[in-house]
Write a protein that binds this ligand. Structure first.
Ligand code: BJW
Length: 252
């Protein structure tokens, strides 16, 4: 067991989860840390260490330096493609097989889906998706002119990653489903997020306002500790399997 993990809080959480009717699980980058995916705010290593991820994840940055930002995303796609889901992803998929769980993720890495959670609600899009910036409506990825970034053969619009950058609206259906889950769950499990980015960071508070018990799982302090009824201090890949038992571990 992780050194800081409180055994009593763990046992109480285990009972709460076993007795819960509707569970919302909100995940952040920390759930993928044990897969080897750097968390968003620790992502910049090697050649990328001189850049600030919050500055690159913006439309303005992309318009100013499209090749740089596109390359950053290509680099991250390669990195994630070489990883696998870890026991935390598998544990969440196993919980959903036993109970009514709505999984809401801020992650763009697709690891929940690869672990067997096909209905993960992606609030911030997906790293492997593309869309067009200022497209003409007839832009077709099949005819895109390759480059950094690829461009529409008809209008020259730039392709961009299908993620949600700062200042952009979240996908409406995903946000609606997540807010509905927050307002209707009796237990909200918050795993591996710094709780700094809204509207996702507001959802555990909404769940609590509607009567849910909020459990935070994180090895380090987060902005959501003050919202939590229980904080379990440990890595997700260790703590989650302790909360409701083992999980199928077929590599994806
Ligand atoms: C472990 C671990 C282990 C380590 N186990 N844990 C209200 C108040 C203030 C500001 C705002 C507000 N509402 C909106 C804003 C503005 C802004 C915002 O929130 N800014 C804040 C920074 C202040 N929000 C937005 O701009 C959002 N849009 C919006 O609100 O639009 C309004 C609008 C309406 C109508 C029309 C138009 C606009 C959009 C937010 C989009 C966020 N996108 C990103 C980038 C995605 C693409 C990419 O990846 O490149 O999403 S930012 C980045 O942060 C990414 C993440 O999903 C998100 C959250 O990060 P996360 O997951 O918490 O990661 P980290 O790295 O911060 O933390 C990791 C945690 O894991 C740590 O706590 C570790 O301890 C822990 N950990 N190992 C468990 N083993």
């Amino acid at each position: 067991m992780a050194a800081d993990l409180d055994a009593q809080a763990l046992e109480a959480s285990r009972r709460l989860i076993a007795g819960a009717g509707n569970i919302m699980v909100l995940t952040g980058a920390g759930v993928s840390a044990e897969s080897g995916v750097p968390t968003f705010r620790d992502a910049m290593t090697g050649l990328w260490s001189r850049f600030n991820p919050e500055e690159l994840a913006q439309e303005d940055a992309y318009r100013r330096q499209p090749a740089l930002v596109w390359e950053w995303y290509l680099h991250r796609r390669e990195l994630v493609a070489a990883t696998h889901p870890n026991p935390a992803h598998f544990a969440i998929a196993a919980l959903a097989a036993q109970k009514a769980v709505t999984l809401v993720t801020q992650n763009v890495d697709g690891l929940h889906q690869r672990a067997g959670s096909p209905d993960a609600i992606e609030l911030h899009g997906n790293l492997f998706a593309n869309k067009w910036l200022d497209g003409c409506g007839h832009c077709d990825p099949a005819t895109a002119v390759p480059g950094l970034p690829p461009r529409c053969a008809i209008c020259g619009a730039m392709m961009r990653p299908g993620v949600v950058w700062f200042g952009e609206e979240l996908p409406r259906v995903a946000r609606y489903r997540a807010e509905h889950a927050a307002e209707n769950c009796d237990l909200c499990l918050v795993v591996g997020t710094s709780g700094l980015v809204y509207p996702a960071a507001g959802m555990p508070g909404a769940a609590k306002d509607h009567g849910a018990h909020v459990i935070v799982v994180n090895p380090a302090p987060s902005a959501l500790d003050q919202t939590a009824d229980t904080v379990l201090r440990g890595p997700a890949g260790v703590v989650l399997p302790l909360l409701w038992g083992g999980a199928p571990a077929a590599p994806a």
